[in-house]
Design a protein around this ligand. Structure first.
Ligand SMILES: [Zn+2]
Length: 81
């Protein structure tokens, strides 16, 4: 079913996640690849045969606003006193 040149790896090939994206839904966090693999933002995969591949790359945590820890709060309180 792949019309690309060079041909994309099939869904059971080792590099199947490198197939071309045919439908991207970044707002929903997934992309459909040429070989029928659904690739999720967290690197998890859903293969055409229904097999699930767990995420294999750590997801970069979203930056959180800096919040004083209990220790820094205690130090600030000690300094202020
Ligand atoms: Zn292809």
């Amino acid at each position: 079913m792949c019309q690309h040149q060079p041909t994309c790896p099939s869904s059971d090939a080792p590099g199947h996640a490198t197939a071309r994206v045919v439908a991207a839904h970044p707002d929903q966090g997934w992309s459909l690849l040429c070989n029928g693999v659904v690739l999720f933002e967290d690197t998890g995969e859903l293969l055409p045969d229904g097999q699930v591949v767990q995420p294999h790359r750590p997801v970069t945590p979203r930056p959180r606003p800096a919040r004083p820890t209990a220790v820094t709060t205690a130090i600030a309180t000690a300094i202020a006193a």
